[in-house]
Design a protein around this ligand. Structure first.
Ligand code: 5GP
Length: 114
């Protein structure tokens, strides 16, 4: 699969405001925030879209969600609430083809999303 901007962030070839990392996951602030808090949680493993994830990735994807919820709690906004989003392909609005979980917080979210 092709290298993405997120692979470059993982390799520290381009800068990012990293807020969390472990052996499998990196989290950094979105360059174009859609909310007062907008952080992207990505696996170090390159998976292009959710369609490319398989059973072997189930634990990793679960860890992505739990890393986000843990971080939300650590930042003190978990009780107020937040939204997590994973976009897939064109109709889902995906623009970077390395799966990522958006964590959005700090304002009232609306439904349905745009
Ligand atoms: P998608 O639209 O694929 O679900 O989300 C990709 C996100 O990556 C967008 O919200 C976009 O603002 C963010 N993004 C794209 N390029 C960069 C970058 O170079 N640095 C950071 N921090 N975020 C980026």
């Amino acid at each position: 699969m092709t290298d993405t901007i997120f692979d470059k962030i993982i390799r520290r070839e381009i800068p990012a405001d990293i807020v969390y990392e472990d052996e499998e996951i990196l989290a950094f602030r979105d360059i174009a925030p859609a909310a007062p808090v907008h952080v992207l949680f990505i696996p170090r493993k390159a998976i292009a879209t959710l369609n490319d994830a398989n059973e072997a990735d189930a634990t990793l994807i679960g860890k992505l969600v739990l890393a986000a919820t843990r971080w939300a709690k650590s930042q003190g906004f978990a009780d107020d609430g937040y939204r997590v989003v994973m976009n897939c392909n064109k109709d889902g609005g995906q623009t970077v083809f390395h799966i990522h979980l958006h964590l959005l917080a700090g304002r009232q979210m609306h439904w349905p999303p745009g």
